[in-house]
Every structure is written in C-alpha cells, then in structure tokens.
Write a protein that binds this ligand. Structure first.
Ligand code: SF4
Ligand code: FES
Length: 239
C-alpha cells in the first residue's frame, strides 16, 4: 500500500493503481474521454491531466497512466491544470465543433467557442482516442481496424480503407466510442457498420423470429468456446 494526497486529502492505494483509479474510487471527478476500465490506458485525450509534486518539483501528468507513489501530492484542479485543460478542450472543439459530446464537455470546462480554427482541420466527430481500435484488439480479439496516417489526418480505419474483412460485426467499436463517431445500423436482417464498409446477416431466433446478432459474430464465439452447432439458434430472451 502507498499513501498519497489528492486535493489536500490523504488516501491509501494499492501499488500499481493509477492516480485516476484512486481519485475515482474516492469520488474525485477527473474528466476523461479516452479511458475505459476494461481497456489498457493510452493517454490520447489528455483531459485527465493533474499536477503532481514530489519534493519541490511539480509537473503535469496524465492521471490515467501515472501510477501512484508513496508521498505523492496531486492537485486535480489547480490553476495550471485548469488552464491546460481549457487549451485541450479548445483543441478538441476546434476539431469536432459540431459534436454534442465535445460541445458539452468543453462548456463544462468553460469553453463555448474555440479561439482558433485551423483551415486544415475538417469538422469531425472523431477525437482519435483509439478506444474503438483498442476494444477490437484487446476485448474482442480480432484487430479488424487500426489507427492510420499521422498528425491531423490520423484516424481509425479498416486496412487499406477497404471493407474490414476481419470484422465480425459485434459493434464493440460503436458502443465504446465516446463521441458517436461510428455509424452502425440494424436494418431488419442486416447490420451495417458504415465506417468499416461492412454488412452482416443477422441471425433469426427460431422461437420469436427476431433478428438478434450477426451470424459471423455468433460463429466466432461458437468456435472460440467450442459450443454445439445449434447453440445460437435461439436468442437469449427465448432460451
Ligand atoms: S471513432 Fe470513436 S472510439 Fe474510434 S478513435 Fe474516433 S472517437 Fe475514438
Ligand atoms: S483519459 Fe487520460 S489521456 Fe484520456
């Protein structure tokens, strides 16, 4: 166990925990966009910055990546943190000026309009947090998409921008995306994920007749867990 101070209060934490984990466990709010408990942290959005000090030295770190240390002092809303966080919110808003999630988050941080707009930045819903890519790789285990390009053109994409062959249509990317940048639709017996240019036939339940999950996803799970051939003939509600 280690002892640390967050915003003037003393806490005990397990070695290996991050500042963000300890803060959240203790009801201290730190804004995040690229963080999910089930997925390795990546430090993309930088909203979770905090100011730490050890002895006389203070610096800004991303709390989702920084492990707690004995005697660490953390400030989650110091003037330096707030001014940096405002700049980050402005950058996000400059990139995604029409996105409701980003607008609301920026407004909570005190930014209504970015003070600049780059002519090179196209309006976008994607903040390039990589959560969709990391979920596909770390949770689903298929790595159907990746982050491509560099700098302001960096984006999640299917290989060579062709239909993502490895995609099983589970929609994890869609559900985890913090900004709604991934467009997915179930149209009767077909699921479409527009971003990865893929379509999947949905399985029909033998009892209620509802279409309930992509056949490719169910076959992937069936083979992975060595389940009987008819295991997914009936949907979870009718089982
Ligand atoms: S599509 Fe969504 S989850 Fe994927 S990188 Fe963009 S914002 Fe993040
Ligand atoms: S939550 Fe830490 S950088 Fe995004």
């Amino acid at each position: 166990m280690v002892t640390l101070i967050i915003d003037g209060r003393e806490f005990k934490a397990e070695k290996g925990q991050t500042i963000l984990q300890v803060a959240r466990e203790n009801g201290i709010d730190i804004p995040t966009l690229c963080h999910h408990e089930a997925i390795e942290p990546y430090g993309a959005c930088r909203l979770c910055i905090v100011e730490i000090s050890k002895g006389k030295r203070t610096r800004i770190v991303t709390s989702c990546l920084y492990p707690v240390e004995e005697g660490l002092k953390v400030k989650t809303d110091s003037p330096r943190v707030m001014s940096n966080r405002k700049m980050i919110a402005e950058l996000l808003l400059a990139r995604c000026s029409k996105n409701k999630v980003i607008q609301e988050l920026a407004s909570q941080i005190g930014i209504e309009q970015p003070s600049f707009k780059s002519e090179y930045l196209e309006d976008n819903d994607c903040i390039v947090c990589g959560l969709c890519v990391r979920a596909c790789e770390q949770v689903v285990g298929v790595s159907a998409i990746s982050l491509v390009n560099r700098g302001i053109t960096k984006e999640p994409a299917s290989p060579f921008l062709e239909p993502a062959e490895a995609c099983i249509g589970c929609g994890s990317c869609y559900y985890i995306c913090p900004t709604g940048a991934i467009k997915m639709e179930d149209r009767k017996d077909t699921r479409i994920i527009y971003n990865w240019k893929v379509e999947f036939k949905l399985k029909k339940c033998k009892v209620c007749g509802n279409y309930w999950a992509p056949e490719k996803q169910l076959e992937y799970i069936r083979q992975k867990w060595n389940l009987p051939g008819d295991f997914f003939d009936v949907c979870p509600t009718c089982k």
